[in-house]
Design a protein around this ligand. Structure first.
Ligand SMILES: C[S@@+](CC[C@H](N)C(=O)[O-])C[C@H]1O[C@@H](n2cnc3c(N)ncnc32)[C@H](O)[C@@H]1O
Length: 248
């Protein structure tokens, strides 16, 4: 197993502070809230800054696990954060000794696992924390989606940060078709002060058929494969791969 992720985008507080401005509540969180209806307990693996985690905790028992203290600190401080059990831990190895009605990994957290061994370990963690009737959901970008085939990609956009004002967020990425690894750099410039922060990372793209085999090996079965968070079925060109399932 590779060593625990030391991704500066999440570990470094000066970079983690931009996560919420760059990643707003969206249809992924709406989908999870709907899926959680009826669930009395939820485990959020790779919970990050915990916007979804805290919302889920309004009416149920919720544990959020993430190795990045800088992200967890933001989660703890948010409204409703006091209702969440926050655990500094690794989704590949954490064992909480309890089971949940729903296990989620959102924000493409599954893609931080860069080796098959790490993916298998994360799927095993899902399996050991599911109640017999519990369900899981996660998302991973589809390598078959046309835009992801752009070998090099760059973008610049403006964001509004609650305390820092307007931020210019830039992204540069390079996708290696042979390995499915996307290497990227995210940069944030605070327009009011000119300060600039940047960090590099990598994520892995996995085809649906490969994922399907890994999940079977982990003792998981998939009830539905979605291709986006609007709930459309997966097809080979879908933007996302989103399995919803349970213990086999
Ligand atoms: C893109 S963020 C997603 C955060 C959150 N789930 C969301 O939807 O906003 C990916 C998260 O995965 C976390 N992460 C990285 N390595 C991890 C690991 N081994 N186990 C659990 N989480 C990990 C990062 O610290 C980061 O918070």
């Amino acid at each position: 197993m590779s060593k625990i992720s030391d991704d500066p985008l999440y570990r470094d507080p000066s970079l983690a502070q931009f996560y919420d401005a760059a990643n707003r509540w969206g249809p992924d969180f709406d989908f999870c809230m709907t899926l959680a209806e009826g669930a009395q307990s939820v485990l959020d693996l790779g919970c990050g800054t915990g916007e979804l985690t805290a919302a889920l905790a309004a009416t149920r028992i919720v544990t959020g696990v993430d190795p990045a203290v800088a992200m967890l600190d933001i989660g703890r401080a948010r409204p409703g954060g006091d209702r969440v059990e926050w655990i500094e831990g690794d989704a590949r190895t954490v064992r909480l000794g309890k089971r949940y009605d729903l296990v989620v990994l959102t924000g493409h957290a599954f893609q931080v696992f860069l080796t098959e061994e790490d993916q298998r370990a994360a799927l095993a963690t899902i399996a050991v924390h599911l109640n017999p009737a519990g369900r899981f959901v996660f998302d991973t970008r589809n390598p078959g989606f046309q835009r992801e085939r752009n070998v090099r990609h760059s973008s610049v956009r403006q964001l509004e940060h609650q305390e820092l004002g307007v931020i210019e967020a830039s992204g540069e990425s390079h996708y290696d078709e042979a390995t499915g690894v996307l290497s990227y750099e995210n940069g944030y410039r605070v327009l009011a002060t000119g300060e600039h922060f940047a960090g590099r990372s990598k994520i892995l793209y996995t085809p649906r058929d490969k994922l399907s085999g890994l999940m079977r090996d982990a003792g998981l079965t998939v009830d539905a494969w979605y291709g986006d968070w609007e709930g459309n079925p997966f097809h080979t060109q879908s933007r996302e791969i989103i399995p919803v399932g349970r213990l086999a």
